[in-house]
Design a protein around this ligand. Structure first.
Ligand code: SIN
Length: 526
């Protein structure tokens, strides 16, 4: 066993809503819990950037109505058991963990009731929000709550490199014939340059999404598919990777990249128009118009841009039924910085990669196909979202299945014995490692992002996907030899994860000839 190592009952990789919910629940069950985040602060993660809100209790007719809305948005490809769980347990979990324990300041109306907003494809108003910075508010409140729990230890600037398994890593040859199980993760410390094994009975991957594999995304730069790549390298099953959701409205601006213009603006009356001033959604979805499911709105924008050879469309905010300065203060302020006064001017917007509906296959307790390895949140695929996610259900899924994974992980019975843990070697660094040239890493990542955007994006074709596969194959070989020779760094590890996860998305997209939800193949049967 490595002289330098750490041991816990439960390791959680990732500190967003799924990771922190899992950590809270495992700690409540008495486990010693470690939360790893590659960021310098646990408050920086994908959850932070969610604007619109989180689905909670909308009225007496929920949860049956919510189930129907999730299934309709997901094109009925959803796992009905998971949809039922999220719809039934979600509102209670929001009230217990977010409202009561973490004290998230959800907006209230004059009567003191929680204010409800609406987003696309929801049949009623049922979304709890903190104006247009719900994710930030949830993340800050939940982190503060977690910091007060003594048996949770947060490690910042610490990036999981790979899942440790007996069959792959043990020096005891007999282990290659034993059933595979996860023993923890190798962890790279950005401040020390060291790689230290962290051991645990249960490891939960809640490492967020994949948005940064695409040229345009609403996600922060850290969304490089780390959890999916690690799980797949360890041999866990990954499913539905072709279903990448594109958010229709990201601010189009030269310098302000990836800023989300929340769908709740359309929920409050704003409408999309093309450069000729036509409200084009009337043509694409006469019933739901601008509040049609996201995949349909994103494709409509794509076609409008293609037809008019334009690089953006406009969001007409003059139709808003609320004062944007009060209801959407962050969007209003960011637009002002971009030279757009949304009380007067329409906002230029484009679609961008937003959410991964696929991921590491789990059961309803967050268990992956490898014993001892769990997944939750965007990294996982419980099947809640099917072929397309309903707005404001991602935070809810992270919360509900994070809690469930935390309970199961804390109860993980088959603890790895000491001889097994002792058979895991120290990390081996290359003999003559050199610092990686940042320009090479930047260029390779940009190559992946352009490949994914053009060939595996909103509208796919067989030829584009074949081209993507060939280009990513070439890049994967190059990145692998780079990884084996260069000194470890966060950008290098992210690049390795990015190429692995991008390849997986393209393989699944190629293997699925049927257009459904956010996997759209031009010219294929729908
Ligand atoms: C938004 O505010 O438009 C994003 C909400 C979500 O993706 O669920």
């Amino acid at each position: 066993m490595s002289s330098r190592h750490e041991s816990f009952d439960v390791i959680v990789v990732g500190a967003g809503i799924a990771g922190l919910s899992a950590a809270v629940r495992a700690a409540e069950a008495g486990a010693s819990v470690c939360v790893l985040t590659k960021e310098a602060s646990p408050e920086e993660c994908n959850t932070r950037y969610a604007q619109g809100g989180i689905v909670a209790r909308g009225g007496p007719e929920d949860p049956e109505l919510l189930e129907q809305d999730i299934l309709a948005a997901g094109c009925w490809l959803n796992n009905r058991e998971a949809v039922g769980i999220v719809s039934r347990e979600g509102p209670g979990a929001v009230e217990d963990l977010l409202l009561r324990k973490a004290q998230v300041p959800f907006l209230r109306n004059a009567e003191g009731e929680v204010d409800l907003t609406r987003e696309a494809a929801h049949s009623i108003r049922r979304i709890w929000h903190v104006k247009d910075y719900t994710g930030r508010s949830i993340q800050e409140s939940l982190t503060a709550y977690v910091r007060g729990i003594p048996n949770i230890h947060i490690f910042t600037s610490c990036m999981a490199v790979d899942v440790i398994t007996n069959t792959h890593h043990s020096r005891d040859d007999s282990q290659r014939y034993a059933p595979k199980r996860a023993l923890g993760v190798y962890v790279y410390g950005e401040n020390t340059g060291e790689v230290v094994p962290f051991f645990a009975s249960a490891t939960i991957l809640a490492a967020g999404g994949i948005g940064n594999l695409y040229l345009r995304t609403s996600n922060p730069p850290g969304a490089t598919g780390d959890g999916v790549a690690m799980a797949e390298r360890a041999g866990a099953e990954v499913i539905n990777a072709e279903y990448v959701q594109f958010h229709p409205t990201i601010l189009f601006h030269r310098d302000l990249k990836g800023f989300l213009i929340s769908e709740s603006l359309r929920g409050e009356g704003a409408r999309l128009m093309n450069r000729k001033g036509e409200y084009f959604m009337d043509r694409y979805h006469p019933a739901l118009k601008d509040l049609a499911p996201r995949d349909e709105v994103s494709r409509a924008i794509y076609y409008e841009m293609e037809q008019s050879e334009s690089t953006y469309v406009l969001l007409d905010t003059s139709l808003l039924k609320v004062d944007p300065r009060d209801r959407f203060p962050s969007i209003h302020e960011t637009c002002l910085r971009a030279g757009i006064d949304m009380t007067r001017d329409p906002i230029p917007v484009v679609p961008a990669a937003h959410y991964f509906c696929g991921g590491v296959k789990t059961d309803m307790e967050g268990r992956t196909t490898i014993p001892g390895l769990y997944a939750a949140g965007e990294t996982a695929c419980t099947g809640v979202h099917g072929a397309n996610r309903l707005a404001s259900v991602s935070l809810l899924e992270g919360l509900v299945f994070g809690l469930r994974a935390g309970t199961a992980a804390a109860g993980q019975a088959d603890r790895p014995g000491l001889p097994l843990v002792q058979s895991i070697p120290d990390w081996v660094f290359p003999a003559e490692e050199e610092a990686a040239d940042p320009i090479l890493i930047y260029h390779d990542l940009l190559n992946i992002q352009m490949t994914m955007w053009d060939y595996a994006g909103i509208v796919r074709t067989r030829k584009r996907l074949a081209r993507a596969k060939a280009d990513l194959n070439y890049l994967a070989h190059r990145v692998d030899s780079f990884y084996r020779q260069a000194r470890l760094s966060r950008p290098l590890l992210e690049l390795r994860n990015a190429v692995d996860t991008a390849s997986r998305i393209v393989r699944d997209a190629e293997a699925n000839p049927k257009s459904l939800g956010c996997h759209y193949l031009r010219g294929s049967p729908v």
